[in-house]
Design a protein around this ligand. Structure first.
Ligand code: ADE
Length: 255
């Protein structure tokens, strides 16, 4: 059971998010708890202020430390080993292995930044900072949704069978092979023959080669860190040879 709490000035953003897909499944099956908590309730002044002008001048508003730290303390109270996460573009990038790690936790508190930034001292009260990509969002709420979505499908029991997860893009550090469904021919484009023959070993080999080729052409950076087994290294060698012969990653011309 993973308990997720979000500290945000816009808790309503999450209302519809948690009623769809894997987060909804996880909550329905009581494998994930979810609560979006309004940061303003921890502001002490009459206007429930959560931001203020930056010292030293400059653009925009900065989130004040007191409501956030008060909120973190309130959400941590009585919780066993909570992991406090701050969403910010100034952090290591979120990836599948981080999602796997977070899916094993029992409690996660996500603090969503907003405005032009957050008082630097807040960083002393969080365990970890996560960015979902090298771009700037208007707030950490959408980043939190990305994290929760990716994590919720990995919480044991959420996806019915673990076999789905085995084929995921990034599981094992490779992009997923191409998938097809009916019809066999769509606007002149056929499903690759190998998938129609029912020869499972051939299908496995084709899929491995497609996965490696996709990764090689689209995300070569992933291959720099992946340790290939003997079979994978051999197939990658074939792909390189085919590339030198002018064959690129394509299963069919687009109609
Ligand atoms: N807040 C604003 N931009 C962000 C990003 N890229 N990742 C996480 N939190 C953010």
């Amino acid at each position: 059971m993973l308990d997720v709490k979000i500290l945000t000035i816009f808790p309503g953003i999450f209302d519809s998010f948690i009623t769809f897909g894997n987060p909804a499944q996880a909550i329905e099956k009581h494998l994930m708890g979810f609560e979006a908590v309004d940061l303003r309730q921890f502001a002490s002044d009459r206007h429930r202020t959560t931001d203020d002008y930056p010292y030293g001048g400059g653009r925009g508003m900065i989130m004040k430390p007191e409501p956030i730290v008060k909120g973190i303390r309130a959400l941590k109270a009585g919780v066993d080993k909570p992991r406090v996460i701050l969403t910010t573009p100034q952090a290591r990038l979120f990836d599948q292995s981080k999602a796997e790690e977070l899916s094993q936790l029992s409690s996660m508190i996500i603090v969503c930044g907003r405005y032009e930034g957050i008082d630097e001292r807040v960083r002393c009260y969080v365990d970890e900072e996560i960015s979902v990509g090298d771009y700037v969002l208007s707030g950490g709420e959408t980043a939190a949704m990305v994290i929760i979505d990716a994590v919720s499908r990995l919480v044991p029991g959420v996806m019915g069978s673990d076999s789905h997860i085995g084929g995921d893009s990034f599981y094992d550090g490779l992009l997923e092979y191409p998938q097809y469904t009916r019809p066999r021919v769509f606007e002149g484009m056929s499903v690759p023959w190998v998938l129609l023959e029912g020869h499972h070993e051939k299908i496995r080999t084709w899929r491995l080669k497609q996965s490696l080729a996709r990764t090689f052409y689209r995300r070569p950076d992933l291959l720099e860190t992946k340790i290939l087994n003997e079979r994978e290294a051999e197939v990658l060698g074939e792909i390189r040879t085919e590339m030198n012969a002018g064959n690129m990653e394509k299963n069919h011309e687009c109609a």
